[in-house]
Ligand binder design. Structure first.
Ligand code: FAD
Length: 426
């Protein structure tokens, strides 16, 4: 039995590693078109800013490690150009054909192409791969740009702005929607704007950047799209989001062919419908399930809530589930509670933390939340995400038994304060 995995980063390698744990006798081959595997793309903005000093620090495991410690063959520079499922084989760009019994597609995503003329400019860069950042760092060293424009205020755009500012550039972010972080949330956008302005970053919302005249550097961060052409050409079905459609076992419409990570959809825990929210955390989990099942298990992926966090000049901005606007569109009757409290005791350096919760007035069910704060945002959003996972109601959340000691928290945790307020409203 041979398992072929296409793609050697988060989803692909999680799948391969899990398959090995499930079946010690399976032959496992990972085919990766790039030169590197197993690197943390999430660390790229920090390599750009200089907070991570060497690229090697971002590489978690090497092909040698996988060969020696896991008995997994990882081939770099191996691009799959087609899949023939009737023959159970993949074809590499040099013409080599490799047979599979089971297949995991983990081809990831790529930046949505910007306007051609814009993308062709020598000062225009994307921030998606290690190579992108190496090119960008070289450009910063050699050309010493002074003014940068970042197109897109999603988390990559926000992280890029932070990193460039730390490199001493004047930065403007231009975003065509009226919101940042892909979240339809007026209050969150206002808080992020205030933070950016405090660090002298200009934010222009509701604008399209058709040219970048007057800027020495442009970062194209206008979103990403799933790499699905290879799968679609092999009659793997795509879902309405445009990503690969999978069932709860991560299996595609073709028996024995699985997909995971940024190339695939996942079920949204709140709406119950397929969603495309590509993130490293979920890529790893989807990969694990795909790998286990490709090796003969029948495991389930529970779905996603879109939980994410970004640091904007030290301010943790975190989201999970639905915003009020999304909830309305989904047919819920949302009510919103928003409080600002302290992350821990004042005498232990507690910082303001804002928690917003959204619940459905009819069922009292929690639908989503946001947290903003310099301290404690990750912990707070994870409590809310856990509540979503367990389909909790507002009053269930206010009763949670959360930890308290002055160096860490407050006797009334900010999430509980928000939940108390919410319970009075639903
Ligand atoms: P990818 O990492 O895209 O890997 C897919 C691999 O498949 C690639 O190496 C590609 O070369 C290979 N491949 C594609 N086609 C072929 C082919 N035909 N043949 C062979 N190989 C192929 N997520 C978070 O959760 N938190 C964060 O803080 C965060 N920060 C990020 C910051 C940046 C700058 C970026 C770019 C992403 C960030 N992410 C973050 C997202 C996270 O990195 C991705 O969700 C994750 O890498 C997805 O993993 P994947 O394995 O599905 O896809």
């Amino acid at each position: 039995m041979r398992l072929i995995v296409i793609g050697g980063v988060a989803a692909g390698l999680s799948a391969a590693a899990r398959a090995r744990r499930v079946d010690a006798g399976l032959e496992i081959v990972v085919l990766e078109k790039g030169a590197n595997v197993s690197y943390g793309a999430c660390g790229l903005p920090y390599y750009l800013s200089g907070r991570v000093r060497r690229a090697a620090q971002l590489i978690v495991y090497t092909p040698e490690y996988f060969a020696k410690e896991r008995n997994i063959a990882v081939r770099t520079g191996a691009q799959v150009v087609s899949i023939s499922h009737p023959r159970r084989e993949v074809v590499l760009d040099g013409g080599e054909r490799v047979h599979y019994d089971r297949l995991v597609i983990a081809t990831g995503a790529r930046p949505i192409p910007a306007d051609r003329a814009l993308a062709a400019l020598p000062q225009a860069f994307t921030l998606h791969t290690l190579e992108d950042v190496e090119h960008l760092k070289l450009f910063l060293r050699e050309k010493r740009p002074k003014r940068a424009i970042v197109i897109g205020a999603g988390y990559i755009g926000l992280e890029a702005a932070d990193a460039l500012r730390r490199n001493g550039l004047a930065v403007t972010i231009v975003e065509q929607s009226p919101h940042v972080f892909g979240r339809e949330d007026v209050a969150l956008t206002a808080d992020v704007r205030e933070r950016l302005e405090r660090f002298h970053v200009e934010l222009r919302l509701g604008e399209r950047a058709d040219d970048v005249d007057g800027y020495d550097l442009a970062i194209l961060a206008n979103g990403i799209q799933p790499n699905v052409a290879l799968a679609a050409d092999a009659s793997v079905e795509l879902g309405r989001t445009g990503a690969i459609r999978v069932d709860e076992h991560m299996e595609t419409n073709l028996a024995g062919v699985y997909a995971a990570g940024d190339c695939a959809e996942a079920e949204h825990l709140v709406t119950g419908r397929p969603a495309y929210i590509p993130l490293g955390t979920t890529a790893n989990k989807m990969g694990r399930v795909a790998g286990a099942n490709a090796a003969g298990r029948r495991e389930r992926f529970s779905g996603i809530a879109g939980t994410a966090i970004v640091s904007v000049f030290g301010l943790g901005v975190a989201v999970t589930g639905l915003s009020e606007a999304q909830a309305q569109r989904e047919g819920f009757s949302p009510v919103v509670a928003r409080i600002t409290a302290r992350s821990r005791a004042r005498y232990f350096g507690g910082k303001p933390i804002t928690v917003q919760l959204v619940a459905d007035a009819r069922t009292r069910r929690l639908l989503g939340g946001t947290v903003l704060g310099e301290d404690g945002a990750a912990g707070a959003i994870n409590v809310i995400a856990t509540a979503l996972y367990n389909r909790m109601r507002a009053e269930d959340l206010q009763d949670l038994d959360l930890a308290y000691a002055p160096p860490f928290s407050t006797v009334w945790d900010p999430v509980l304060i928000a939940a108390q307020q919410l319970s009075k409203m639903v």
